[in-house]
Write a protein that binds this ligand. Structure first.
Ligand code: ADP
Ligand code: ADP
Length: 225
């Protein structure tokens, strides 16, 4: 049974059809990668799910409920972008607590949750640092913690590793997968890197020109019989 289901998603910008009837079903706790060349519509699809871009047609069902008409902050969907997009004037711990604060969580609750997440991303010693004093990999871990802090039902990761050096990229890739499994977090991970998709995913969806053209487990797609 699908936890998140996309039905017939279409999106046009002007005369350009960016998403052509995208159907996708994701189980609870599954990590699905969207793999495809630049410009094929991966980011747009994530933005549509998050509610940052309006769709022209289709349904987005989360636990069987259509969320298309909900505002982004009511969708219970977290998103991490390629460029870390932390608040530069807030410290690490303030960044992590931001969403919880907006949602009216108590100080104790915020503290408990942010400490837990700081431990998970191994940045306890940076709690009072500002983003500009963190490496790219550290910033991206904070961005991940910030998204998880509000306990979203689905996590969307839009090329979260692309801006990082190769070595850091591999470490963080492993960390993301561990954290995703720890929380049994239903996740869509966008990448144009085949190796990344292969190593990370429960299932890979190949996207081309606004459609999902093939999908399967990494083994199904990349092992030649
Ligand atoms: P990907 O993430 O696979 O690289 P995108 O979803 O970013 O692809 O882009 C898909 C296509 O949609 C591209 O041709 C891009 O230029 C176009 N596009 C994305 N956002 C907009 C927008 N806001 N207005 C017009 N065209 C857009
Ligand atoms: P990505 O790294 O995901 O491919 P882009 O650089 O294509 O991102 O897009 C960055 C932003 O610009 C996004 O908000 C996207 O919607 C918007 N955008 C992309 N292409 C166009 C376009 N042709 N016209 C207007 N906005 C666009």
């Amino acid at each position: 049974n699908a936890y998140l289901e996309l039905q017939g998603i279409r999106k046009r910008f002007g005369n350009t059809h960016v998403l052509n009837h995208v159907d996708l079903q994701i189980r609870e706790g599954e990590l699905v990668t969207l793999l495809g060349p630049s410009g094929c519509g991966k980011s747009t699809l994530l933005r549509c799910i998050a509610g940052l871009t309006e769709i022209d047609e289709g349904k987005i069902l989360l636990e069987q409920k259509d969320i298309v008409n909900l505002a982004p902050r009511n969708r219970e969907i977290g998103m991490v972008f390629q460029s870390y997009a932390l608040f530069p004037n807030l410290t690490v711990v303030e960044n992590i607590q931001y969403g919880m604060k907006m949602r009216g969580a108590s100080k104790e609750e915020r503290h408990k949750r942010s400490e837990e997440l700081l431990g998970l991303i191994d940045l306890e010693d940076k709690r009072d640092a500002y983003p500009q004093h963190l490496s790219g990999g550290q910033q991206q871990r904070v961005a991940l913690a910030r998204s998880l802090a509000v306990q979203p039902k689905v996590l969307l990761l839009d090329e979260p590793l692309s801006a990082l050096d190769a070595k850091i990229r591999k470490n963080l890739r492993t960390e993301i997968r561990e954290i995703q499994k720890t929380f049994n977090m239903t996740t869509i991970f966008v990448t144009h890197d085949q190796e990344e998709a292969l190593i990370l995913s429960d299932r890979v969806c190949l996207m081309n020109k606004g459609s999902i053209v093939q999908q399967g487990t990494p083994e199904e797609l990349y092992t030649t019989p």
